[in-house]
Design a protein around this ligand. Structure first.
Ligand code: FAD
Ligand code: PYC
Length: 414
């Protein structure tokens, strides 16, 4: 069977979709766009897609300094779930999860959504209380989760060690319709759909300045020249602070490296996603058989896009404790991304102090799952100046003390 790497898929796509080849490395177009989206990650591409599909705004350019999907979207561990605590979060993450259910059909592109179930282990009394509380909140929000016993955990994941040694498994928050999807397929599916609507995806085009007339945005400076637009959507994850700086305002956000690793491929041994947040590691098995593994974020701000060595050791140690049978596995690859963290671990989908400039960021360690819901909300905000899904996620909530605290649901230590 032929295997495809992310790069091979990108190459295949570029060969097949002539629109994208046209856009590759081209000089800045001399036309004025109704909207420019900066960042061709999942969130930027989904924003452009829903601008066209839901609001009929198709005169759109998506500008990307590298290659599409080459940021966190192509570097994450693909976990999809909506078991958050607060109502605004449950609304947007569950909207996203439900859009994932039909994404392959909507985009006519197989994103390999696999609702295999996600469990977050409770390994302390504190975690039991936290996850039971989340299960109750989810019941009120219409999100299907339940708190399950250690015996049920063992039935679902026979390879798990529920007896310790440091922390026995005391139960788990279980979301049966959570799961995974193929990350670069999500980017390429949205990109092809945007291209089919006539949008321009311009890669290797870094935005270097935000052009204004008074307080109103009129375009951007890029490494390929200036480009004019009526509205600007900035969707650049770990570089959000840099773009905000170009526009003359500050964001309550920090950038840190988060990393993951995969093992050699082995026969199918685990058909759900397991997150163990106390010992701190999480694991799923890819369709190729590799164990996909991740741990905590770096404890200091940086833009290195690689992650530090001690996390690899800590994460693997935690997982060997939880799944002793992986102790002899060889690890094949390790990589990192730059994630954008807010103080309350919730995203920002917001207008900005600059008129007609909008920002979508702060998804931190958990934004892959949110891509379709986030794009839906951001497109509505850009088209109509308001979106029910985005209302609570303004950048001004920090000044107003209206935090949306999701530090437990975020699942990844930071
Ligand atoms: P990105 O995909 O990073 O896209 C932003 C794009 O903006 C980049 O391509 C970048 O090149 C571009 N850009 C930046 N500056 C400029 C500029 N000046 N001009 C033009 N373009 C620019 N989330 C989950 O839900 N589940 C998980 O299991 C999960 N695991 C993760 C594991 C790791 C190791 C990492 C790093 C992240 C993980 N995440 C996970 C988080 C998730 O990957 C991100 O929240 C999400 O991908 C963010 O998507 P994005 O489109 O906002 O950003
Ligand atoms: O948000 O579920 C998540 C997640 C898992 C690993 C990284 N992020």
């Amino acid at each position: 069977m032929r295997r495809y790497s992310a790069f091979a898929i990108a190459r295949e796509g570029a060969r097949y979709h002539t629109g994208w080849e046209r856009a590759w490395k081209s000089p800045a177009p001399k036309k004025r766009y109704d909207a420019i989206i900066v960042g061709a990650g999942g969130h930027g591409l989904a924003t452009a897609y829903y601008l066209g599909k839901n609001h009929g705004i198709k005169n759109v350019a998506i500008l990307e300094k590298g290659w599409l999907g080459g940021g966190n979207t192509g570097r994450n561990t693909t976990i999809i779930r909506s078991n958050y605590l607060q109502d605004p979060s449950a609304a947007i993450y569950e909207k996203a999860r439900s859009l994932y259910e039909t994404m392959s059909q909507d985009l006519n592109y197989n994103v390999m959504f696999s609702p295999r179930g996600v469990m977050m282990l409770a390994q302390t009394e504190h975690e039991i209380r936290g996850y039971e509380r989340t299960a109750h909140a989810n019941a009120l929000q219409g999100v299907a989760t339940e708190f399950i016993s250690p015996q049920r955990v063992k039935e679902l994941v026979p390879i798990i060690n529920i007896h310790g040694p440091r922390y026995p498994v005391l139960g788990a928050l279980w979301q049966p319709r959570g799961g995974t999807a193929r990350h670069d397929a999500v980017a390429w599916g949205y990109a092809r759909a945007c291209s089919d609507m006539g949008m321009d995806i311009i890669q290797q085009c870094e935005v270097t300045g935000v052009r204004r007339d008074g307080n109103k945005v009129i375009g951007v400076d890029t490494t390929n020249g200036t480009i004019d637009c009526d509205k600007l959507g900035v969707v650049v994850a770990g570089h959000s602070g840099v773009l905000a700086d170009m526009a003359g305002f500050r964001l309550p956000i920090e950038s840190v490296a988060l990393q993951a690793l995969v093992s050699e491929p082995i026969k199918p041994c685990m058909d759900v996603v397991v997150m163990a947040n106390t010992v701190h590691g999480y694991m799923s098995q890819s369709d190729k058989g590799e164990m996909v593994i991740g741990g905590g974020a770096d404890g200091y701000n940086n833009y290195t896009q690689r992650g530090s060595f001690h996390h690899i050791e800590e994460t693997v140690r935690a997982l060997v404790e939880t799944f002793p049978m992986i102790s002899r596995l060889k690890m094949l690859r390790q990589w990192g991304g730059i994630v954008d963290m807010t103080g309350d671990r919730s995203p920002i989908i917001s207008r900005t102090p600059v008129e007609n400039m909008f920002i979508n960021c702060g998804w931190g360690t958990g934004g892959f799952k949110a891509i379709p819901g986030s794009g839906w909300a951001m497109a509505e905000l850009m088209a109509k100046a308001a979106s029910p899904l985005a209302d609570e996620f303004t950048m001004w909530r920090f000044g107003e003390g209206k935090f949306i605290d999701e530090s437990v649901a975020a699942g990844v230590a930071h």
